[in-house]
Design a protein around this ligand. Structure first.
Ligand code: 5RP
Length: 227
């Protein structure tokens, strides 16, 4: 187990180092959230310390704190119209670049940043590649007052919703909302499910990311594989 975790960590890191090669001087860079993005943020910080001039936007309060502590210049969302390149992780991806994200609960900001980004690069270890999305439950950010309504609508779509908890308490996002993890089984038509979820009032964002990733860079052993 320990060994498996170490292998995944190496795969994440080599994918991150490869992705950072796409960061160019003068660009605005989106910084993802999670353990894969962490490696990219570390490497970007090294480059900034060596003189690379970039500005960054963070996908979570946690990432903003990390990047700030590492000396990466940060912009607020309202200072940015477009992002050149974003490097973020994923919980699952298919070879045709469909993703599930939000395991870390940052899905709303991650989706907004991805939508604003010219080149969204996803970095993963080799365990994240799947034939069909859905073994990982779909994270859904919900406005608290709408939680019962959204849970009911998810059930009508055939899902099993569970309100996310952390350390025995309800998980609260950076936007002061809740996260529902919804099990839909393996998803035949991610486009249909994504549209149906988007139509639920009170649902802020869901973790099915379609048509947002430009490429996935996956670490496998000591190699990187592009999708
Ligand atoms: C956070 C995310 C992460 O990108 C996703 O959970 C993958 O995390 P990790 O790189 O730690 O495996 O979507 O909301």
């Amino acid at each position: 187990m320990e060994n498996e975790t170490q292998i995944k960590e190496v795969e994440k890191k080599i994918a991150a180092l490869e992705a950072v090669k796409f960061v160019q001087a003068g660009s605005i860079v989106g910084l993802g959230t999670g353990s894969s993005a962490y490696h990219a943020i570390q490497e970007i910080s090294n480059l900034v310390k060596s003189g690379l001039e970039i500005q960054a936007v963070a996908t979570s309060a946690h990432t903003a704190m990390l990047a700030g502590n590492l000396g990466i210049p940060l912009l607020n969302f309202d200072e940015v119209n477009s992002i050149d390149v974003t490097i973020d992780g994923a919980d699952e991806f298919t070879a045709d670049l469909k993703l599930i994200k939000g395991g870390g609960g940052a899905l709303f900001r991650e989706k907004v940043v991805a939508a604003m980004t010219k080149q969204e690069i996803i970095i993963t270890d080799s365990s994240k590649l799947v034939d069909r999305l859905g073994a990982f439950t779909v994270p859904i950010e919900v406005i608290p007052l709408a939680v019962n309504h959204v849970m009911k609508e998810i059930k009508l779509l055939g899902g099993s919703p569970v309100l996310r908890k952390k350390n025995g308490h309800l998980f609260i996002t950076d936007n002061n909302n809740y996260v529902i993890d919804a099990d839909f089984g393996l998803i035949d038509e991610p486009e249909n499910l994504s549209s149906a979820l988007n139509n639920i009032d009170g649902l802020l964002a869901h973790g099915i990311f379609l048509n947002l990733a430009a490429k996935v860079i996956m670490g496998k052993g000591d190699q990187v594989i592009y999708f």
